[in-house]
Design a binder for this molecule. Structure first.
Ligand code: ACO
Length: 387
């Protein structure tokens, strides 16, 4: 692997990629990349995936502790109320250009939503926590509602009696999901809810460090999540599986990709140097969905890709990341592929807001340096004298 640190006798150490740079202390999320462990506020992701709900996990990330029964009921009620969008935002969604990518629609809608937040100018921690909760609720409705609008289907209003994940699927599909699908969605939202100082959280933190508002930090995060080296990898990984089409084609696909010095999307991670614990849970969901839906072709292609990548790249510590099997899970739940990355955001909004609010407790402007290597002392040439 090329060293990310460039040193030059005449220049400073350049931390390309910022691999080893710490920008804050945090008590939100711990990632042990060597052992494949992920903790939210000290709780193992596997325990949360087994016992918790997205509402409870979002509360944990934002408030710092697991809620008692009364706190959880209140949080669920607040979240359910937040799922209702202001009518102007519904009008905005209707006015989006045909074929607008859902990720861009989400970014635009969040930007517009800022204008309707009654506490938009209140920068206290308490107000920011309330805004965060409103954003968590609204993200799900924006994504589900836009999906129905673009298909010319009737908009389904949120149902405050349902859990967040279940209601998301209901608003998107127009009918209540079965309990197994609702639970898989819930767990997927738990798994994606935070991941320490990843690229989108860092982008949000940079915006936060200028003392911009919460909504603006989230727009920076959404924009950063979109790229295929980050959240966009879910779609890219799934598209590869679709293109391969049959399990027998997987090995050749991987070998060709590596021969061409290209990336196999859904593999490798800046921090994990072993299996991503989230990928292991999602892999099992993908297997079960293949079984339930009576077609495991994509699952078999995916495991054949995994076998080949691990065989070829394990010595470089490259394993499936969270984005490899999640596309199969979302597909198995009947979600179209251009909603995969927006769905990541529907969950990660909890972590983004928690991280930004934490950063503001001890804010410092993030302002790194670049090392200028261009020319100096050039003489300005009038335009008529330029060749
Ligand atoms: N496929 C093939 N080769 C890979 C992959 C991959 N998925 N990942 C890393 N490598 C190789 C690189 O080509 C590079 O080889 P080289 O040294 O011969 O040039 C070497 O491993 C190191 O690559 P870096 O990009 O420097 O490693 P880094 O630790 O920064 O990689 C990253 C992290 C960007 C995620 C990378 O693994 C990647 O591009 N993966 C594919 C995209 C992806 O799945 N992104 C989602 C990440 S998880 C998330 O955002 C939720």
């Amino acid at each position: 692997m090329a060293s990310p640190v460039k040193t030059d006798l005449a220049g400073p150490r350049i931390d390309k990629g910022l691999d080893d740079v710490y920008v804050k202390e945090s008590s939100i999320c711990f990632v042990d990349g060597q052992r494949g462990r992920l903790l939210y506020r000290g709780y193992d992701i596997r325990d949360l995936a087994t016992h918790s709900t997205f509402e409870e996990t979002a509360f944990l990330l934002l408030q710092g502790n697991l809620p008692n029964r009364e706190e959880l009921e209140k949080a669920k009620g607040d979240l359910a109320a937040s799922r209702t969008l202001p009518p102007s935002v519904l009008r905005l969604l209707r006015s989006m250009p045909e074929h607008a990518p859902p990720m861009d629609v989400l970014r635009t809608a969040v930007s517009y939503l800022y204008n309707f937040d009654p506490e938009r100018d209140d920068t206290t921690r308490a107000a920011n926590l309330r805004k965060a909760w409103r954003l968590v609720g609204r993200f799900a409705t924006i994504v589900a509602t836009y999906e129905r609008m673009r298909k010319g289907q009737r908009v389904v209003r949120p149902d405050p009696k349902l859990g967040h994940a279940e209601d998301f699927l209901r608003m998107m599909k127009g009918k209540r999901p079965d309990p197994v699908s609702a639970r898989m969605m819930d767990v997927a939202l738990i798994l994606y809810a935070d991941h320490a100082m990843n690229a989108s959280t860092f982008a949000a933190t940079v915006a936060a460090s200028t003392l911009s508002d919460l909504y603006s930090t989230i727009i920076a995060a959404i924009s950063t999540l979109k790229g295929p080296l980050h959240g966009g990898a879910i779609e890219a990984a799934f598209e590869a599986i679709e293109r391969i089409g049959r399990p027998e084609g997987a090995e050749e696909f991987v070998l060709n990709t590596l021969r061409n010095k290209e990336r196999v999307f859904g593999f490798g991670h800046r921090v994990y140097k072993t299996y991503d614990p989230r990928a292991l849970i999602l892999k099992e969901f993908a297997r079960r969905l293949g079984e339930v839906n009576g077609d495991d072709t994509y699952y078999r292609i995916a495991t054949a890709i995994e076998d080949t990548v691990v065989r070829e790249l394990a010595s470089r510590q490259i394993y499936p990341n969270v984005d490899f099997y999640s596309g199969l899970v979302f597909h198995g739940l009947g979600i179209p592929k251009d909603l995969f990355t927006p769905l990541f955001a529907v969950s990660r909004i909890a972590g983004w807001t928690a991280q930004v609010i934490e950063y503001w407790e001890d804010n410092r402007l993030l302002r790194p340096l670049d090392w200028y290597v261009g020319p100096k002392d050039l003489v300005y040439t009038p335009i008529d004298e330029r060749s």
